[in-house]
Design a protein around this ligand. Structure first.
Ligand code: HEM
Length: 519
């Protein structure tokens, strides 16, 4: 967001507001209610100009200043933010019925089939049905087990990829290899295709797929001022909505092609010949009945679900794995403890498998610590209140947008010591119990959220991250590229729907196992 341009574009509106503000605020619905404390608001723009390029950090500093629950006015939108476990529990559990909806943002309307998906849909019977389809047909334990073989292939492919680059004596671009690992896993499960590597479906289609997926992420993560200042949409100085419409069309063409290919393939092999284990998610969706007794689901519903799964599953796990690798390479002490654990549980004669993951408590602490410091997204997907309510005695109007700051939660100094230090041991359970990666009863870490909107793909996301890390740490020693000291590895972050490292992580891989294990 270019604040200079924003300020000049809004100047006229601002002057006008100065004249009419007293009239505008007189008689607002909140006048008899005590809103939570928050920073001073400007007319028309409210607190929008107080947000910089890392808004999660700005909102955390408001919480430091005004308390655990902060009210903001973002243009015409009421908003609250928090980084406090008690308030988060109140919103996501005690008052889940009120706060489980989503705002209808411009990006969600264009890029999620008119909010007809799961992740960006307002709460209601349509969202409930789509979410049930995910839980009962796509992300079931049985279905995920059927794809275990694919995941094992992709894990070997990941190791091979890093090994090939190590053999050339070049640093490995971990963003690239981890991105390919998670994209391949997701597209094989969803579309029955592998986009990177030996069995890939052609470089042109892979490039097109990568390109539109990145554009989609970027647009969904944008703080688009048109969502807060309706007048901005008339001007749209950066052409954001035009871009959204373009991407909407290209994504839709891509999904149409995928569905047609699946229909053709199913006709050719005959419906009854398809074994359950051969069905990808698109096949399953094509086989399900539609709403109100219709024989099939609508194409638009299938497309919205495919889109959600790709967006929700790929970047989240790849970004988390890259952050974990960066922190571990930055802390060689942690790397050697992970490897000791792997060597004693797995040994040197075989590769890590999914059944080992439960027996790697230290690695699980590493992932938990990564989620504390670098949650996949800086905020949960924004929630919205369906009706007015109160929290801690403060009035929260209907349609308030809720920014739960998971980045701020993990760095809340009232909850954690030495918040800037990567220290997995802080999660080691004193009573020897299993290290859970999703949230615990204390709500001090919230990687997958809680309540009605909690992530339905959490078990799969955890497997993607743990498998990738376990394989890479078991198979290689890692160090920064020549000339960079471990402690100097850069951990600057970039804001978006997910929050990656600003620069892709490059590192030198030195094989630790016998050469035949990599082939
Ligand atoms: C490390 C990996 C992952 C992380 C960190 C993650 C995290 C999250 C978070 C924080 C939310 C928002 C919850 C809220 O707004 O309260 C979410 C929602 C969602 N996630 Fe995940 N996720 C991951 C992997 C996956 C996978 C693998 C899938 C599916 C294959 C998935 C599917 C979804 C869906 C459909 C939603 C929307 C739920 C709703 O709004 O009802 N996620 N995820």
């Amino acid at each position: 967001m270019d604040l200079g341009t924003l300020a000049s574009t809004l100047l006229c509106a601002f002057l006008l507001a100065k004249l009419v503000y007293p009239w505008l605020t007189k008689g607002t619905p909140h006048e008899n209610h005590r809103l939570p404390p928050g920073p001073r608001r400007w007319p028309i723009v409210g607190n929008l100009l107080q947000l910089g390029h890392l808004p999660h950090r700005d909102l955390a500093s408001f919480c430091d200043k005004y308390g655990p629950l902060v009210y903001l006015r973002l243009g015409s939108v009421d908003a609250i933010t928090t980084n406090d476990p008690q308030i988060i529990r109140e919103i996501l559990l005690q008052q889940d019925d009120i706060f489980a909806s989503r705002p209808r943002t411009v990006a969600a309307v264009h890029l999620a089939y008119g909010c007809g998906d799961v992740a960006l849909a307002p709460v209601g019977p349509k969202w409930k049905r789509m979410r049930r389809i995910c839980m009962e047909h796509l992300l079931t334990t049985k279905r995920l087990e059927l794809f275990a073989k694919n995941r094992a292939d992709e894990a070997q492919h990941l190791v091979r990829d890093a090994w090939d680059r190590a053999q050339m004596g070049k640093p490995v671009n971990l963003r690239e290899v981890l991105g390919a690992f998670s994209m391949n896993n997701v597209t094989r499960m969803l579309l029955g295709k592998q986009y990177f590597g030996a069995g890939s479906s052609g470089p042109q289609e892979a490039m097109e797929f990568m390109h539109i997926t990145h554009e989609l992420f970027w647009l969904l993560g944008l703080i688009y001022l048109g969502d807060y200042l309706p007048v901005w949409r008339w001007v749209d100085p950066y052409g954001c909505e035009r871009k959204m419409r373009e991407v909407e069309k290209r994504v839709d063409d891509f999904h149409t092609r995928i569905i047609e290919e699946h229909r053709r393939a199913n006709e050719m092999r005959g419906k009854d010949e398809v074994e359950d284990g051969d069905m990808d998610f698109v096949d399953i969706l094509l086989s399900l009945p539609g709403e109100d007794g219709k024989e099939h689901m609508e194409d638009v519903e299938i497309k919205a679900l495919i889109q959600d799964m790709i967006a929700a599953a790929t970047d989240t796990s790849a970004v988390t794995s890259e952050w974990a690798m960066a922190e571990v390479i930055k802390h060689p002490r942690v790397l050697s403890k992970i490897q000791q654990e792997l060597d004693s549980v797995v040994g040197f004669d075989r590769m890590v498998s999914e059944s080992d993951l439960a027996h790697l408590p230290y690695l699980r602490c590493v992932v938990r610590e990564t989620f504390r410091m670098h949650p996949a997204g800086p905020f949960l997907i924004p929630h919205e209140s369906l009706r007015a309510t109160t929290i801690n005695g403060y009035y929260i109007p209907a349609k308030t947008r809720v920014f739960i700051n998971t980045h701020g939660l993990g760095r809340n100094t009232a909850l954690w010591d030495n918040v800037g230090e990567f220290y997995p041991e802080r999660h080691w359970p004193a009573d020897g119990s299993r290290v859970e990666i999703s949230h615990g009863a204390d709500f001090k870490i919230l990687p997958f959220s809680a309540g009605k909107r909690k992530c339905p793909g959490a078990p799969l996301g955890v497997v993607f991250v743990l498998v990738a890390l376990a394989r890479l740490f078991h198979c290689f020693d890692w160090s920064p590229p020549d000339g960079v000291r471990a402690e100097d590895i850069d951990t600057t972050e970039v804001y978006g729907m997910t929050m990656p490292k600003a620069e892709p992580l490059m590192a030198i891989a030195k094989p630790r196992l016998a050469p035949h294990m990599y082939l």
